[in-house]
Write a protein that binds this ligand. Structure first.
Ligand SMILES: Cc1cc2nc3c(=O)[nH]c(=O)nc-3n(C[C@H](O)[C@H](O)[C@H](O)COP(=O)(O)OP(=O)(O)OC[C@H]3O[C@@H](n4cnc5c(N)ncnc54)[C@H](O)[C@@H]3O)c2cc1C
Length: 286
């Protein structure tokens, strides 16, 4: 199928993009890597009258350390995050997650900003941002505002971005010495969107687990933090013989996954508890 007719502008700076967004409002779409937007247009699931291509804005591309934070520009491609030595040492969770995002050809074009703005509930990167306590830096003609990941993902393909705003970069606290990370997912085939996945972080102080963050994706309309399970696991103890029972009971309070053609709700819940157990085992062995 071919897309409905649209106009196209490749902007040379952010101001030009903001002006167009103000003029066209929700009738315009930002084009980054195009890996999700273009198929959506071709399927006529969306028919904007204008595409604003920000792909030439070098200021939105790149990865840099800023003190205790790592800043990733919204236009940074998945492949650049995947291959970055800085990410591998300071944000290893992202290095673990990246090979699961689609296929190499898509990672060569797709961008981190595009993935987060799209907010697919089965996508890997939104869950990582929640687990890592990332902050989205959003800009419009009025200036910049910062939104924590916990407030950015609002629902199915829905975020805190207003139609006149652009996600310009993401600030992520870099790893502390005591943090351990785990990423995994179940998918029908490698590169498919996950049936269920987990992005998990556990901070250890003096070898004791202190802050546990278990974030699931593919289990709801957005990435979900399993706060009952986190509290129950910390209370029971990571080495407890009761851990499996604790997780199975608590996770049912955190997640109520949707059923679809690929898996029932109870299968997804079971897979989530398997991933939670594997994350704890990995924390103890790393
Ligand atoms: C076959 C296939 C398999 C895939 N599998 C996976 C997978 O397993 N996991 C996964 O996470 N993703 C997967 N994807 C999606 C892929 O990761 C995309 O690259 C990504 O979701 C979108 O990035 P993009 O740069 O291509 O964004 P685009 O397609 O350019 O844009 C996506 C949406 O975000 C908006 N947008 C883009 N950038 C910004 C910005 N800076 N500010 C505000 N709004 C913006 C656009 O207007 C559009 O609505 C898959 C895609 C395909 C085609």
């Amino acid at each position: 199928m071919k897309p409905a007719p649209f106009s196209y502008v490749r902007v040379s700076d952010l101001v030009e993009a903001f002006d167009l967004l103000e003029d066209y409002g929700a009738d315009a779409r930002i084009l980054s890597g195009g890996q999700s937007l273009i198929p959506t247009l071709n399927l006529r699931l969306s028919a904007p009258s204008l595409l604003i291509d920000i792909g030439g804005l070098a200021s939105l591309r790149g990865i840099e350390a800023r003190g205790e934070q790592i800043r990733i520009g919204a236009l940074t491609r998945h492949v650049d995050v995947e291959r970055s030595p800085l990410i591998a040492t300071r944000l290893p969770l992202l290095s673990q997650a990246m090979p699961h995002v689609a296929h190499a050809a898509i990672r060569n074009r797709g961008t981190i900003g595009g993935s987060l703005a799209l907010a697919d509930p089965a996508a890997e990167l939104p869950a990582c941002m929640l687990a890592l306590n990332a902050t989205m830096v959003i800009a419009s003609r009025k200036g910049e505002r910062k939104v924590p990941a916990s407030e950015f993902f609002k629902g199915l393909y829905s975020t805190a971005l207003e139609p006149n705003e652009i996600l310009v970069c993401i600030d992520i606290p870099a790893t502390s010495g005591g943090a351990r990370y785990y990423f995994n997912e179940f998918a029908r085939r490698h590169g498919d969107y996950a049936l269920v996945g987990i992005a998990a972080v556990c901070e250890f102080i003096a070898n004791q687990p202190r802050d546990l963050r278990l974030v699931f994706f593919g289990c709801g309309d957005r990435p979900l933090r399993a706060s009952h399970t986190e509290a129950a696991v910390l209370q029971t103890g990571l080495t407890s013989l009761q851990l499996e029972k604790t997780i199975t009971t608590a996770i049912g309070r955190d997640l109520d996954p949707q059923a679809d053609l690929h898996a029932s709700s109870s299968t997804r819940l079971h897979l989530a508890s398997v991933l939670a157990r594997r994350s704890i085992a990995s924390f103890l062995n790393s």
